[in-house]
Design a protein around this ligand. Structure first.
Ligand code: C5P
Length: 236
């Protein structure tokens, strides 16, 4: 695959065309944003860490039967993926109350939930990604009922696979965000799975090993991301 011109630059990634119309070349950046772009910064080494962490999860998920866009790593900060027609719905899965859910429902962060929570947000920066439900998704024509049924099933499968896998690495999977898209008419998991998009807590100490360290100025941001990659690679 040949890397051609850049077609898109987002908050954390650059996307390039390739000589294969089915494939895109993605470069993960060190740039970090939070609160819908209001907070900006750089996390040294994040591009490389998230590229490798994402690839690791996508390979695990493909093995476990969750079809996704990942094709192959190209360098420390680059990977090739299948081009998706992205579905404009962000899917959030939660096991433990944290972040916006803890705030909205008046729960203390860290409170276990009696049932897995699935939330949908309309992927729209101008509106600040408002939460929506199946009715809004149908009303806006963002996806069909059949697609949403598949997406919900895939999101819950991702949760089971990742939770189980991370348990052995001494990492609690608190919550995470997924994006899906269509490739040749098929629903595939896309975007990234990294400490930018998941909450990971150390099982013993409950130390946050994710982007909350950046959002909340907790320090040791890069170390936390590095620790996640190290544990995935079996360093602990
Ligand atoms: O902020 P909130 O508690 O709703 O976030 C839930 C999960 O979704 C967190 O793991 C967060 O990192 C992720 N998320 C994301 N991108 C967004 C919103 C949330 O990756 N735009």
């Amino acid at each position: 695959v040949q890397k051609l011109e850049m077609i898109y630059e987002g908050k954390a990634k650059k996307v390039y065309k390739t000589d294969n119309p089915d494939l895109a070349w993605v470069e993960y950046k060190d740039d970090a944003t939070a609160f819908n772009g209001l907070k900006k910064g750089t996390i040294m080494g994040k591009g490389e860490l998230n590229n490798k962490i994402s690839a690791h999860f996508f390979e695990l998920l493909a093995q476990k039967g969750v079809p996704n866009h990942f094709v192959e790593l190209k360098s420390d900060t680059e990977q090739v993926v299948k081009i998706l027609q992205i579905i404009m719905v962000e899917v959030i899965v939660r096991n433990i109350a944290a972040g916006s859910l803890a705030k909205r429902l008046g729960l203390e962060e860290g409170t276990p939930l009696k049932h897995t929570v699935l939330e949908y947000c309309y992927k729209n920066d101008e509106l600040g990604d408002p939460m929506i439900n199946d009715y809004h998704i149908a009303a806006l024509g963002l996806a069909t009922k059949e697609q949403m049924a598949q997406i919900a099933e895939m999101a819950l499968k991702v949760n089971e696979v990742m939770r189980e896998y991370l348990k052995d690495k001494n990492i609690d999977l608190i919550d995470f965000k997924l994006e899906f898209g269509l490739h040749r008419g098929k629903v595939l998991l896309g975007d990234e799975i990294s400490p930018d998009t998941c909450r990971f807590w150390d099982t013993e100490t409950k130390k946050k090993l994710d982007k909350d360290r950046f959002r909340r100025d907790l320090g040791d941001v890069e170390d936390a991301y590095r620790e996640i990659l190290k544990r995935l690679q079996g360093g602990e």
